[in-house]
Design a protein around this ligand. Structure first.
Ligand SMILES: O=P(O)(O)OC[C@H]1O[C@H](OP(=O)(O)OP(=O)(O)O)[C@H](O)[C@@H]1O
Ligand SMILES: O=c1cc[nH]c(=O)[nH]1
Ligand SMILES: [Mg+2]
Length: 219
């Protein structure tokens, strides 16, 4: 696994969430013997923690409230609109955890699959909330491999007016971070790990296998 210093040395930009709970749960998810139910539950739990990280800089404003003891000025989130965008299918495994933390968020879906021969992303579904230009857009997908899926999804969102976008994933390949940084230098990447490389089939090594298949028990 690469460190943030490795990323700097290679000219790559991504935030690696080093929190011990994230790292511990990610290791459990990588284990090939992990059953579908546990894999899904762990992804949901890690997504809570990644949600904290990706919203870390959201502005607060003081509100006057009354506790049972006395009045006080206390911080609350400024009423900024937020939308989570899930890249289907595997993004839905992260979406559940994100919505546990921010249940009022709007949700959009971009349906993409990777052509196994060309590794290009093929779109089959697109539905997002209105007023994309006014929202903080958090795009979720567990895997950033070649980067083609995330790059393509975010091109579409920008065409639809999105401006303030972040991308959150679980595991990235250095090749994917590089391609993503080049295509969308304005979009921060938050990831739990940057692994060694891609294999000849475009899978992340060591990775965790096919995220969609492991979440939904298909294969
Ligand atoms: O960076 P890339 O090379 O584009 O690869 C990453 C994509 O591959 C996986 O989706 P997949 O195509 O397997 O679809 P699925 O979620 O329906 O399984 C994953 O969830 C990403 O969307
Ligand atoms: O390793 C990989 C690469 C792409 N998609 C996955 O689900 N896993
Ligand atoms: Mg898949």
């Amino acid at each position: 696994m690469l460190t943030e210093q490795d990323l700097i040395d290679r000219g790559l930009k991504a935030t690696i969430v080093r929190h011990p709970l994230v790292q511990h749960k990610l290791t459990l998810m990588r284990m090939k013997e992990q059953p579908t139910s546990a894999f899904r539950a762990l992804l949901r739990e890690i997504s809570w923690l990644l949600c904290f990280e990706v919203t870390r800089d959201q502005p607060l404003e003081n509100r006057s409230i009354e506790t049972p003891v006395q009045a006080m000025d206390a911080p609350m989130l400024k009423g900024r609109k937020l939308a989570f965008i899930s890249i289907l299918r595997a993004g839905n495994g992260m979406l559940d955890g994100m919505l546990d933390v921010i249940p009022s968020a709007r949700v959009g879906h971009v349906g993409l699959y990777r052509d196994p021969e060309t590794l290009q992303a093929v779109e089959y579904y697109y539905k997002v909330p209105n007023n994309m230009e006014d929202r903080l857009i958090v795009v979720v997908d567990p895997m950033l491999a070649t980067g083609n899926s995330a790059i393509s999804a975010i091109h579409r969102l920008k065409q639809g007016g999105a401006r303030d976008i972040r991308f959150v994933c679980l595991i990235s390949a250095p090749e994917g971070v590089e391609a993503f940084n080049k295509a969308h230098p304005d979009v921060p990447v938050v990831t739990a790990a940057v692994d060694e490389k891609l294999n000849d089939h475009g899978y992340i090594v060591p990775g965790l296998g096919d995220a969609g298949d492991r979440i939904f028990g298909t294969k």
